[in-house]
Design a protein around this ligand. Structure first.
Ligand code: MRU
Length: 351
């Protein structure tokens, strides 16, 4: 049964004290199924294969991967042995996906707790649960702050988004879709336009599913159609999530985001990034040094298992691109809305 059918909210990662239950995002929208993850290796595999995906969600998942890792150590292991095993687990989780900094942030947080408070199951479980619950609160705060950033229009808002930065991509509620949900709850939203987001179709498969689950009007566009809709005055603002934001505001997000940002600027439409502070990487001066994941070329070669190109063709499959800060109207975080140039100060431009 889907979350709406049982009257609850979408929660992609649940912890029952012993193992995690993940919504299998590779099966949506055709089948709503869950997967039980009982070992750190299973968690690394679930992140790598995108059963769980989206920057904040893979951070939360990795945190529980560390908890599961600790449970794999024998009962007689001392602090040093626990820490050594946790370092190994951390390495394997870090190798799953390179771009979203939330993954590294969450792993480092759990290692810090193990080093400073002691590598006990209770300490690590409490830290992972705090990340999970904190993420939901963060998403709600992002939604609240977005209400002052979104343009005032004579009609209700028509928002364009790319990929899935929703409840599925976080612990719940979503970042870009948190903005959508807040606008909807405030009676300010008319409709969401969701880019289908080739090659993995997160917009068509996941964003559309989430919004339909909650009765929010959604229109799916092939990625090639965004320019046409912007030119026709069909969109009031663009809102996307982020996988890593450099200190100057350059933002890595799902491949295709950069093109949408250029189109929005050309048509004078505001372009917002919605993300938690755990996505901001102040150690990187600008976006040129953000590591960009390259995935299996087969994802471009075939759509839903059907090969769409002649044999002998080569493929290129970068999973993310970097939108320059100059194209970003505002970065909406849990502490307020930042002009990209103000990120380094830590003081929001408005809140
Ligand atoms: O490859 P994915 O599906 O993990 O990519 C997800 C995105 O690019 C999201 O927009 C981003 O992680 C923000 S999720 C709140």
């Amino acid at each position: 049964m889907t979350p709406s059918a049982i009257g609850s909210e979408i929660r992609p990662i649940q912890w029952n004290g012993q193992y995690c239950t993940l919504i299998d995002q590779t099966a949506l929208p055709h089948r709503y199924t869950t997967v039980e993850v009982r070992t750190s290796q299973q968690m690394a595999e679930a992140i790598r294969t995108m059963i769980v995906r989206g920057a904040p969600a893979i951070g939360v998942a990795a945190a529980f991967g560390m908890v599961l890792g600790l449970a794999e150590v024998g009962p007689d292991a001392d602090q040093a042995a626990c820490l050594a095993h946790l370092e190994t687990v951390a390495d394997s989780l870090r190798r799953t996906r390179p771009t979203a900094v939330n993954l590294f942030w969450a792993i480092n947080r759990l290692l810090e707790v193990a080093r400073t408070e002691g590598a006990s199951f209770q300490h690590l479980e409490r830290a992972a649960l705090a990340i999970l619950e904190g993420d939901i609160a963060t998403c709600r705060a992002i939604g609240k702050h977005s209400l002052i950033a979104l343009p005032e229009t004579p009609h209700r808002l028509r928002l364009l988004t790319h990929c899935n930065a929703g409840a599925l991509a976080t612990a719940g509620y979503g970042t870009a879709l948190g903005v959508v949900r807040s606008a909807w709850e405030a009676g300010r939203l008319e409709r969401v336009y969701a880019d289908e987001t080739r090659p993995r179709l997160q917009g068509a498969r996941l964003t559309a599913w989430e919004l339909v689950e909650q009765n929010i009007p959604v229109t799916v566009l092939a990625d090639t159609m965004a320019g046409h809709c912007l030119a026709r005055g069909m969109i009031d603002a663009v809102v996307v999530g982020a996988d890593r934001i450099a200190a100057n505001g350059d933002t890595a997000n799902k491949i295709g985001t950069y093109g949408v940002a250029i189109l929005a600027r050309y048509h004078g439409i505001p372009f917002f990034v919605a993300a938690p502070w755990s996505t901001v990487d102040l150690t990187l001066e600008d976006g040129s040094i953000i590591p960009i994941e390259e995935r299996d070329p087969g994802e471009v070669r075939a759509i839903d298992g059907t090969v769409v190109c002649a044999a002998g063709v080569d493929f290129y499959n970068p999973a993310f691109d970097v939108t320059p800060a100059a194209l970003i109207t505002g970065i909406i975080t849990e502490t307020g809305v930042y002009a990209p140039a103000d990120l380094r100060t830590g003081a929001p431009t408005s809140r």
